[in-house]
Ligand binder design. Sequence first.
Ligand code: ARG
Length: 271
Amino acid sequence: MKKSSSLILGIVLMLAVFLTACGTSEETGSETEANNEGETKTLRIVTDAAYAPMEYQDKGEVVGFDIDFIKAVAKEAGYAVEVEHVGWDPIFVEIESKRADLAVSSITITDERKQSYDFSNPYFQSTNKILVQEGSDIQSAEDLKGKKVAVQNGTTGQMAMDALLGKNHSDIKKFEDNNLAIMEMESGGADAVVADNMIVEEYAKNNPDKNLKVVEDATFDSEYYGILFPKDSELVEEINTAINAVLDNGTYSEIYQKWFGIEPNIEVLKE
Ligand code: ARG
């Protein structure tokens, strides 16, 4: 008798403890403030890791300049990170639905995107460039008229081609991933790829056997990358402060040198 009653008491006690624990975790879950108990909040970060050297996959891990950069910024702001490759179009869905806290993916700050999302301050300067086969007669953007151009769908490369050749022109071949656009040119389906300078330059350099060259054109705008947030995200200010710190304390330069072997022009980001 004694044994079974103490067993029941034990079960009741365990249940009570269990239910209290449930209640507590629900409470913390519904709170919006992070770090309130000294624990590090983990930011869910999404990217399209098919844009080397900015973001790509290496042995199942997402790596690249952007990844080192956001890790340094998050650390500075006191957050842990979890970076997930979701693909380009899904980035915008994940951010709009607030399933992710932020996205880092060589995302150019544009007026159009600013209507639906928030951006951090600029952290990287870039411009579109043209990737062609070595013997190509394409020497400028103007020469792309009448040629087939492969771009990643929904990028500033596509926007530049829409402006040059006409929106939805059949000569613009759109791909969901930039590597697929490059493969299209290599297999003869397109005469050129238009994408961000760092990406096409790195690709041409790393694939000398493919005999590719990069054509630049001054009519392509100077662009700036920003971290993408859901509209009115409370993180924007904190992250901007952390970006400034990382730019000023030498961490940004270190990461830039690691990936590109040269000193960055930090002043241009602060204008
Ligand atoms: N900078 C360009 C844009 O914002 C292209 C970015 C593509 N990024 C990527 N990870 N595929 O439209």
